[in-house]
Design a protein around this ligand. Structure first.
Ligand SMILES: Cc1cc2nc3c(=O)[nH]c(=O)nc-3n(C[C@H](O)[C@H](O)[C@H](O)COP(=O)(O)OP(=O)(O)OC[C@H]3O[C@@H](n4cnc5c(N)ncnc54)[C@H](O)[C@@H]3O)c2cc1C
Length: 311
């Protein structure tokens, strides 16, 4: 791994997921120097925790798991001249085109000419909803639970309540049943289930997940550990106490643009700052995040080559 304190690069890419790796491989094929800083120890981002199949049909013409897709992307990335810096968290981006980076070596700076933010997305948490009661153990976002189970090997709960019926909630509902847990209920505030048709078939119908529409959670019970939730029926206004030891929230994703916050002016973001993958908008499929990264990588490398011609 390169010494972070000494890195100077044409393009800094923050995040080595599907989008960041593709952007890096494409940009470096134009002959510019590219550095990818990723806070995880292995490249791939969320792909590594998605052990189910359903990846790569568009990009590779075959069905793969998330880690298999990550391996393919890493192979392309590894064949390029781009540098990967694992375990490096970018803390801030500054207008003078430097980044403050934290790693086990301490704090350091990377100076760059262009920056691509490919930092993925954030999950909305339960505490963003008007929910009363305690803050006990046993409440996780779907992504957190997936990471704990698939990457950490943790055994989470036995009676699972899932709030929200999007793709990640559905995939986790299936996973809990596969692990021998009971999914007591999946509650959805809308009058229809969310997510892709494929997941509705393969996760909800195939695994008989009980879904309750027009309903939400308004109160959390138990301390220090979760014992149940109050389920509120939006159409009748009635409340029902449901016993569970685990509450998984799948309330939607938001692009993580937090590193760009201090850089926005009345004219928008600086011209050297670019967004791709889930940091730009939430991509349902990895193929789309990779394709966007690839296209952006070529465009940004072109900006550097043009600037060189002008000098
Ligand atoms: C549960 C789930 C199931 C899915 N199922 C499918 C499916 O079946 N088929 C399919 O094609 N797609 C699926 N997807 C979608 C697909 O996985 C994503 O769209 C795609 O992987 C997003 O890639 P990304 O590079 O934008 O983000 P990410 O994979 O999130 O990568 C972002 C990277 O940036 C790092 N990072 C963040 N902040 C910093 C920082 N400050 N400094 C350094 N590094 C940072 C993160 O740790 C991460 O490694 C699924 C996604 C999820 C979550």
């Amino acid at each position: 791994m390169a010494q972070v304190g000494t890195v100077k690069t044409d393009i800094l890419i923050v995040g080595g997921g599907a989008a960041g790796m593709a952007a890096a491989a494409a940009a470096s094929s134009s002959g510019v120097s590219v550095t990818v800083a990723d806070d995880r120890e292995i490249p791939g981002g969320v792909l590594n925790q998605c052990v189910h199949s359903g990846f790569g049909l568009g990009r590779y013409g075959k069905e793969m798991t998330g880690p298999e897709y990550a391996d393919e992307e890493f192979r392309r990335f590894d064949e390029s001249s781009a540098i990967y810096m694992p375990g490096c968290r970018v803390l801030s981006l500054f207008p003078d085109k430097t980044a403050l980076v934290s790693s086990t070596d301490g704090l350091s700076r990377i100076s760059f000419d262009e920056c691509i933010l490919a930092a993925g997305c954030m999950e909305r948490s339960l505490w963003s909803l008007p929910v009363s009661g305690t803050r006990p153990e046993g409440v996780y976002t779907a992504g957190e639970a997936q990471e704990m189970i698939e990457l950490g090997g943790f055994d989470i709960g036995s009676r699972i309540f899932i709030l929200g019926s999007g793709d990640i909630g559905q995939i986790m509902a299936r996973r809990f049943v596969q692990l021998g847990k009971t999914v007591v209920c999946m509650a959805e505030q809308n009058d229809h289930i969310g997510g892709m048709k494929r997941n509705q078939e393969e996760c909800i119908r195939a695994y008989d997940i009980p879904v309750l529409l027009n309903s939400t959670v308004t109160e959390i019970h138990g301390y220090p550990a979760l014992t149940g939730v109050t389920l509120h029926h939006l159409d009748s206004g009635k409340n029902e106490l449901i016993g569970c030891d685990t509450l998984i929230t799948a309330l939607g994703l938001e692009p993580d643009k937090s590193l760009a916050e201090g850089l926005e002016t009345a004219d928008g973001y600086p011209q050297w700052l670019h967004f791709c993958g889930n940091a730009d908008f939430v991509h349902e499929i990895a193929d789309s995040a990779s394709a966007q990264g690839e296209k952006l990588g070529i465009t940004v490398a072109g900006r550097i080559l043009n600037k060189r011609k002008e000098v």
